[in-house]
Structures are given as structure tokens and as C-alpha cells.
Design a protein around this ligand. Structure first.
Ligand SMILES: C[S@@+](CC[C@H](N)C(=O)[O-])C[C@H]1O[C@@H](n2cnc3c(N)ncnc32)[C@H](O)[C@@H]1O
Length: 250
């Protein structure tokens, strides 16, 4: 919109323009694409994503940012969220192990989304939905207290001090996460970065979550039903130590 048309007396911005404005403030620093997608992967993205949508999330589909109707989409099932599912190994395994819940996976890296879709072609599941974008877009449209479990597995570490504010464990993300999680719902966070643990233990309780560890084994050993991820396998090969943090939304 030009400066002139925004002047006094101009009509109120259309919803799409309002949405564009909000989106302009949302910087994303991660990778959206890696090496070229194979034709089969491109087909997965084109053919399967619409069916796997959790509902209108993107600014184009939902400029008003209307809340998703999760009951209409998933029935009475509890809804779990996985943020940044990478190649989808954990997402798909959890959905297969828990047909009684619905899982929404969110991942902006398209090659990762294509890998997850490949896994779902090999193992079709009716209880998975995928949003191929930034979790903050999803937070906008998730109703209050709609999520009964969240997995955040090996979030981008942003090791440089000046980049720590890009981490997920910062108030911008945690405030929204708390809003969408039910009281008593659990957040499972795995990381191999000691300084990420430090920041998580400072910021997550400050945002209204309680750390559930009682003894060192509680953060050194994976949770029951743990499914290792590609990133964890890489961390282990490179000699880094996983930490498994479990929090309860107060
Ligand atoms: C280090 S990788 C770990 C991937 C996977 N969880 C694993 O353990 O293999 C972090 C992932 O978080 C995703 N990510 C980064 N920012 C995100 C955001 N704002 N919303 C959703 N996912 C995000 C990245 O694209 C990346 O795939």
C-alpha cells in the first residue's frame, strides 16, 4: 500500500493487508529449502499436503487469523503438537503408536516436510496433520488450551550469544505456547546444547511451566516411548550429550 492511501480518511486496511503487516514483523532465520527436491518429493508436497492440513493457518488462507476448529478436524481426540519435526521420524512414530490422539506437526523446512510425507506414504495414518511453515503462524490460530502435549526436539541451537534471542525458549514463543496448551499439559524438550538447557531452565518456568525433574536420571535418560530423531543421532555421533527436559504447563 502506498503512503498516500494510508493517509487520513483512507478506508480501514483489508484483512489481507493487516495480515501482511503482522507477517512483516516475523523474521524467520532458519532454512526453508535445502538441495533440490526429487520429483517424487515434489509430488508428495503437491498431492498430500492439502489433505494433511490442520485447517487454514497461513496468512493467505486465513487473513483474519480465525481460530482453527480442531473438533471438526480431529473429533474428540486430544491434540499433540510437534514443533520443528525435521524429517518426521518422531512425528510419524508417535502418531502410529497413539491412534487415540491427533498430532499436528509443524516444520518450515520443505525438504524435511517432503521426507515426512514420504514416511506417511509408506505408512498412511489418519491422525496426523502437517503445517509446512513457522510455528508462530500456527500459534496465531490455535485456540486457547487446545493442545494437550508438545514436543520440541532439538530446536535450532543458535549458539552465538547475539542469536540467543532467536531461540524458541524466549518469551515471544513461550507466551503463545502457554496460551495454546491446556493447564497440566506437558512440554517435552530435548537438546544437546548445555547453554540451551540453561536458557530453557530460566525462561520456561518464567513463562508459566514447572520443570518436572526430581533426580538427574530424569533429564539424562529419554522419556518412556522415546523415538530418536535424525538430529539426535548426529549429536550422538559427534559426541554431544542429549538432555531431556519435561515441563508441566501450570
Ligand atoms: C535442529 S532441527 C531438529 C529437527 C528434528 N526435531 C530432529 O530432532 O531431528 C530444528 C528444526 O526446527 C525447525 N524450526 C526452526 N524454526 C522453526 C519455527 N519457527 N517453527 C517451526 N519449526 C522451526 C527447523 O526448520 C529445523 O527443522
Amino acid at each position: 500500500m502506498s503512503g498516500e492511501s494510508r493517509g487520513r480518511g483512507a478506508t480501514a486496511p483489508e484483512p489481507a493487508q493487516k495480515a501482511d503487516k503482522a507477517r512483516a514483523w516475523r523474521n524467520f532465520y532458519g532454512r526453508l529449502r535445502g538441495k533440490g527436491l526429487r520429483p517424487a518429493q515434489r509430488a508428495y508436497l503437491e498431492e498430500d499436503l492439502p489433505r494433511l492440513s490442520p485447517g487454514p493457518v497461513s496468512f493467505e488462507e486465513n487473513p483474519e487469523r480465525a481460530p482453527l476448529d480442531l473438533k471438526a478436524r480431529f473429533g474428540a481426540r486430544p491434540v499433540w503438537l510437534e514443533v520443528g519435526f525435521g524429517g518426521g521420524e518422531h512425528l510419524v512414530a508417535q502418531a502410529a503408536a497413539h491412534p487415540e490422539v491427533a498430532l499436528i506437526g509443524c516444520e518450515p523446512y520443505l525438504n524435511g516436510v517432503a521426507m515426512a510425507l514420504g514416511k506417511l506414504r509408506a505408512r498412511p495414518l489418519g491422525n496426523v496433520a502437517i503445517y509446512p511453515g513457522d510455528v508462530r503462524d500456527l500459534f496465531d490460530v490455535l485456540p486457547d488450551a487446545s493442545i494437550s502435549r508438545t514436543y520440541l526436539l532439538y530446536p535450532d541451537p543458535w549458539p552465538k550469544r547475539r542469536h540467543h534471542r532467536r531461540r524458541f525458549v524466549t518469551p515471544e514463543y513461550l507466551r503463545q505456547l502457554r496460551r495454546v496448551m491446556q493447564p497440566g499439559a506437558e512440554l517435552f524438550l530435548a537438546t544437546d546444547i548445555a547453554d540451551y538447557v540453561r536458557q530453557a531452565l530460566e525462561e520456561v518456568p518464567r513463562a508459566g511451566f514447572e520443570w518436572l525433574a526430581e533426580r538427574p536420571a530424569d533429564w539424562r535418560a529419554p522419556w518412556e516411548g522415546w523415538v530418536s530423531t535424525r538430529y539426535e543421532q548426529k549429536a550422538l555421533r559427534e559426541g554431544r550429550v542429549p538432555h531431556y527436559l519435561r515441563f508441566r504447563r501450570v
